[in-house]
Design a protein around this ligand. Structure first.
Ligand SMILES: Nc1ncnc2c1ncn2[C@@H]1O[C@H](COP(=O)(O)OP(=O)(O)OP(=O)(O)O)[C@@H](O)[C@H]1O
Ligand SMILES: [Mg+2]
Length: 316
């Protein structure tokens, strides 16, 4: 089990078999702070916010938008900006709002699949190379209500090598999605930190792109690059494609975050989501536990913010 010092936020990996009580005192060896730690029961870790309850409460107040963007790529060629974390936690949040959601792990790193507990499963590579090319055969129903996953595996690396220079290689995902897209309210595609094969396929298959960006001085550079590609796709392939920037890992303790946020807001105006995702240690903790943050700690700031983002998207 992971214990985080409430003062200095140092994390410790404690063997829970040596802990006898559910509540116990510990001293942080870094800052000497003594605090009460809590041993979560298995049931608590697995606790699921009842989707039905949220659906009833939320759907009454949410505006209905039949033209909402349904296939959403989460892209930025800059690495480590929370693409995968956003795909997972936004997907879960949409599913909690009663939407049927398909997540696509379109990254050979397979981080999304790993976070969801899928290792060495089939992937889009197998869709194209196994002789059975119906996409629905490769989609896994996850343990979460309303949530499905097309996982990734290591063979995905071979996709780019095999198809990158082939005719119409950038339409492969769009073509396969046609047979399943009507079965879901939202399809979220997690992409790697590069453009070429994967991101290009994802962008062409999508109606909308979320560009996660950290609140950092150089972050606008990455956003500008993906913006250019989206604009080219809009001009030549899909006039309806649209995008918004999502600020992630916002550090409320740091004055620079605020300054950069104001700068980004004045640059991107309506192209920036109202919801911001704070830097929250609960995201990292939840990933160590292979649990989406709203199941790990539904009262955490990032769980609330991802739910707000889902509402912003549904009500868009
Ligand atoms: N809101 C957050 N607060 C704190 N840490 C976060 C937050 N969001 C993501 N992280 C952490 O940042 C790291 C990068 O996140 P993530 O893997 O989602 O980024 P990515 O853009 O998908 O990376 P890559 O480009 O390698 O695919 C991870 O360790 C993750 O736990
Ligand atoms: Mg990722």
């Amino acid at each position: 089990m992971i214990i985080t010092c409430e003062k200095c936020e140092t994390k410790y990996n404690l063997d829970e078999t040596i802990v006898k009580k559910n509540l116990f005192k510990v001293r942080c060896s870094k800052c000497s702070h003594v605090f009460t730690a809590y041993k979560p029961s298995h049931e608590e870790l697995q606790e699921i916010i009842k989707p039905e309850k949220i659906v009833e409460e939320e759907l009454k107040t949410l505006p209905v938008n039949l033209n909402s963007n349904r296939i959403i790529a989460i892209s930025n060629q800059k690495g480590g900006v929370a693409k995968t974390s956003t795909c997972l936690n936004l997907g879960i949040s949409l599913s909690l709002l009663g939407k049927r959601v398909l997540l696509i792990d379109f990254d050979a790193q397979s981080n999304l699949s790993i976070l969801m507990g899928y290792k060495n499963t089939k992937s889009f590579y197998d869709v194209l190379n196994s002789g059975q090319d119906r996409l629905s055969e490769f989609i896994e129903k996850t343990k979460y209500s309303n949530l499905w996953l097309l996982p990734s595996n290591r063979k995905m690396v071979l996709l780019a090598q095999k198809y990158l220079h082939g005719k119409n290689f950038e339409y492969l995902l769009q073509e396969k999605l046609n047979s399943v897209k009507d079965q879901y309210d939202y399809i979220l595609i997690d992409t790697p930190p590069s453009v070429e094969f994967f991101t290009l396929n994802a962008l062409i298959a999508s109606d909308f792109v979320i560009i996660p960006s950290q609140c950092e001085y150089l972050s606008t550079h990455g956003v500008n690059q993906i913006e250019k590609i989206i604009k080219t796709i809009k001009r030549n392939i899909n006039q309806k494609i649209d995008y918004k920037v999502l600020l992630t890992m916002y550090d409320t303790e740091n004055i620079h975050s605020e300054v950069i946020y104001s700068k980004l807001k004045s640059m991107y105006k309506e192209k920036i989501f109202t919801t911001i995702i704070d830097h929250d240690v609960k995201i990292k903790e939840s990933q160590i536990m292979n649990t989406p943050v709203m199941y790990y700690d539904k009262s955490s700031i990032s769980a609330q913010q991802y739910l707000d983002l889902a509402k912003e998207i549904v009500g868009k």
